[in-house]
Ligand binder design. Structure first.
Ligand SMILES: NC(=O)C1=CN([C@@H]2O[C@H](COP(=O)(O)OP(=O)(O)OC[C@H]3O[C@@H](n4cnc5c(N)ncnc54)[C@H](O)[C@@H]3O)[C@@H](O)[C@H]2O)C=CC1
Ligand SMILES: O=C(O)[C@H]1O[C@H](OP(=O)(O)OP(=O)(O)OC[C@H]2O[C@@H](n3ccc(=O)[nH]c3=O)[C@H](O)[C@@H]2O)[C@H](O)[C@@H](O)[C@@H]1O
Length: 442
């Protein structure tokens, strides 16, 4: 078992650190955010991720998981150091490597052991691992040998622990066998297939995977938009397509587009990576454009239905970019709320977990409710933005009971048309026929 340090305790770093300790390694997680570290020392996760608190507590108690703000302390005995800091997008869409560069300097200034393997888990443009090597080299205080390895992360928020233990593959990009086999050894207990390749290919696998998944989503959303016009049902179309094993059923859920901390930024970064080598990535640019349009689809539908949204009360159900997370980064709800406010609508939003983060991002131009019923109370329009179980399992009678006029725009196709047809609800979803009722708006 190895002595491991993880730099950065966000969704990726913390989950990685906790899971590595759970399979037997001795792990120290280091973060510059003192408040986060104080919480984590007490076994409290600073992020909402199902199962994380329990696993954290278990491994703190068995003495294999530690937290600190001191890089020196974290790297003292480390044989392997993971970089898991953020790589947000810059204004031009390219990846901001500021935090990675700082982490590299922190490593250079504090490592003590010869032969340390520095693993980049953050999503970084092709060539960055070599930059990391140079950043470390140029800041080293003594002559210490180290290697760099690319080990991109494929976990999803909301199922991060499950994904770490049940991932489809672990990709290791290295330019020497010693470093590759150390990281292979570290990951062996997960029992997941390992694919070893060169560093550039490993870096590219991460962007290509996210871009491909985003492409699947934009593709099915375009099919959904056509389905609406030709009278087909996108749920059946996606199911029928997915039965072909060459296509597969996953990531064919039509909706209001992809959001989150990664697809939007990674697709834009890949367009930039291609642009840097004089390749215009037309296909991916279209994927991004389709997604931008798809995010405001519900507002467009509501404008067409009502003419004007001025003074309409709109209930937004769900704010997080997907269920089971409190992450609001690039959530469709942000754009939707902004558009509705611009149209003069009065917006009341509900989310089971992400309200506090939403308040920071969307602000006080909209109101926030403590329950679905409170948000729906006296509303003219309901918009379903995130398919939380609580929303999917809602008795449809609630819309009829609480709203002024039960007109529902469902951005996640939460309900079957047969079920909705049993209630006096006007219902518009994505890529399916609308159910129109004699619901009169006052
Ligand atoms: N969020 C996700 O689901 C996934 C993210 N990724 C990639 O993983 C990377 C990390 O993403 P998140 O975990 O979402 O980031 P995050 O922004 O949630 O967390 C980053 C953490 O790093 C800390 N940090 C920054 N500089 C530091 C330094 N020099 N020393 C110690 N700590 C430092 C910050 O305080 C913060 O707590 C990104 O490159 C992202 O693209 C990859 C797969 C999934
Ligand atoms: O690099 C990353 O950060 C991660 O990005 C995604 O994970 P995540 O963003 O957590 O969540 P997803 O479940 O992929 O959903 C992303 C967005 O796509 C949307 N989506 C997903 C699937 C689908 O069929 N339709 C659809 O609209 C979701 O609503 C959500 O807004 C990838 O699935 C992970 O493999 C990857 O590690």
């Amino acid at each position: 078992m190895k002595n491991i340090a993880v730099v950065g305790t966000g969704y990726v770093g913390l989950v990685t650190g906790v899971c590595l300790s759970d399979i037997g390694h001795d792990v120290t997680c280091v973060d510059i955010d003192e408040q986060k570290v104080e919480k984590m020392k007490k076994g409290i996760s600073p992020i909402y991720e199902p199962g994380l608190d329990e696993l954290m507590k278990k491994n703190i108690e068995n003495g294999r998981l530690h937290f600190t703000t001191s890089h020196k302390e974290a790297f003292k005995d480390a044989e392997v150091i993971y970089i898991a800091v953020g790589t947000p997008q810059k204004e031009d869409g390219s990846a901001d490597l500021r935090f990675v560069e700082q982490a590299a300097k922190d490593i250079a200034e504090n490592i003590e052991r010869d032969g340390v393997v520095v693993v980049t888990k953050s999503t970084v443009p092709v060539g960055t691992n070599y930059k990391v090597r140079n950043w470390i080299k140029s800041h080293l205080k003594k002559d210490i040998h180290f290697d760099v390895v690319s080990n991109p992360e494929f976990l999803r928020e909301g199922s991060a622990i499950y994904d770490t233990f049940h991932g489809d593959r672990i990709v290791i990009g290295a330019d020497n066998e010693r470093a590759a086999s150390i990281i292979e050894e570290v990951n062996k207990p997960f029992g997941i297939p390992i694919f070893k390749t060169d560093i550039h290919s490993a870096e590219m696998i991460k962007y290509a995977s996210n871009a491909f998944l985003a492409t699947k989503i934009s593709f099915i959303n375009e099919i959904a938009n056509i389905c609406e016009k030709v009278g087909a049902n996108v749920e059946d179309v996606a199911y029928g397509m997915g039965l072909d094993t060459r296509i597969g059923p996953q990531f064919l859920r039509a909706g209001i587009g992809y959001g989150g901390s990664c697809f939007p930024k990674d697709t834009k970064a890949l367009v930039q990576i291609a642009g840097n080598v004089d390749h215009k990535f037309d296909l991916l640019e279209s994927v991004i454009n389709v997604n931008n349009k798809q995010q405001v689809k519900l507002v467009e539908k509501a404008r067409n239905r009502f003419g004007s949204l001025q003074e309409k009360k709109v209930a937004l159900l769900g704010l997080a970019f997907k269920p089971n997370t409190d992450d609001m980064r690039e959530a469709a709800s942000i754009v939707i709320a902004k558009e509705l406010v611009k149209d003069g609508a009065f917006v009341v939003a509900y989310d089971p977990i992400a309200i506090e983060n939403a308040k920071r991002v969307i602000g006080d131009e909209i109101m926030y409710a403590n329950s679905i019923e409170e948000a729906l109370h006296d509303a003219d329009i309901a918009m379903i933005i995130t398919e939380w179980d609580e929303i999917k399992n809602l008795s449809l009678d609630t819309f009829v009971r609480c709203m002024k006029t039960p007109v529902v725009f469902d951005g996640r196709n939460c309900y079957s048309l047969e079920e909705v047809a049993k209630y006096n609800i006007e219902y518009h979803s994505i890529g399916r026929e609308s159910i129109l009722r004699n619901v009169v708006s006052i």
